[in-house]
Design a protein around this ligand. Structure first.
Ligand SMILES: [Zn+2]
Length: 194
């Protein structure tokens, strides 16, 4: 490296390691699932479960354990259960940019469960999205048909709401029809062709 280039390299390094992460932190709230402690969320030492209200840690752990076992036993084993942040307040949910959504899966980094979503089928739904990312790839999942991605999550989580608001009900019906004619051991292979 010659001296003339060094300032440009330093500027680039500043941009890459300081400015961009800082901007992502401030502007892209979902990135905060990577370090929830920085927004006052406590994570358990063993299970990858985080809560804003420590008194609800036991309830969050139970929902997490049930959903991991359910998805692993009824669909396919999760390679590594992701971090799940359970928010009991809208302020906590807002700090992760949840908006109008009840819950969200952010890449395969983690899941944020909002105050309305402390129910087994919501946690299973989001874990199914993580499983899709693990089996198909996070980028691939983004470009897969919504009827498959969401229909699978609504259908296999045993979401009791019937009918769901559209378009989710139509997605669930279409996925269930697909799943009925494809043998389960070929799901991921066939999904890759969609
Ligand atoms: Zn979903």
């Amino acid at each position: 490296m010659n001296n003339a280039k060094r300032p440009a390299v330093q500027r680039l390094a500043l941009l890459r390691f300081v400015v961009v992460p800082l901007a992502a932190w401030v502007l892209v709230k979902p990135v905060r699932v990577l370090a929830p402690g920085l927004v006052g969320i406590a994570c358990g030492a063993e299970a990858p479960v985080c809560v804003d209200d420590p008194q609800r840690l036991q309830a969050a752990n139970a929902l997490h354990a049930e959903a991991v076992a359910f998805v692993s036993n009824t669909i396919a084993p999760l390679q590594r259960p992701p971090r799940v942040i359970f928010c009991s307040t809208n302020a906590c949910a807002d700090s992760f940019g949840l908006g109008a959504r009840s819950a969200v899966t952010i890449a395969n980094w983690g899941i944020v469960i909002g105050p309305r979503a402390w129910k087994p089928y919501y946690v299973r739904h989001e874990l199914i999205h993580v499983l899709q990312g693990q089996r198909l790839g996070v980028m691939r999942r983004l470009f897969m048909p919504t009827w498959f991605v969401e229909g699978m999550a609504y259908g296999l989580s045993l979401d009791p709401r019937a009918p769901l608001a559209e378009p989710w009900e139509a997605h669930r019906v279409r996925f269930n029809a697909w799943a009925a004619r494809i043998p389960r051991d070929q799901w991921w292979q066939e999904a890759g062709k969609l």
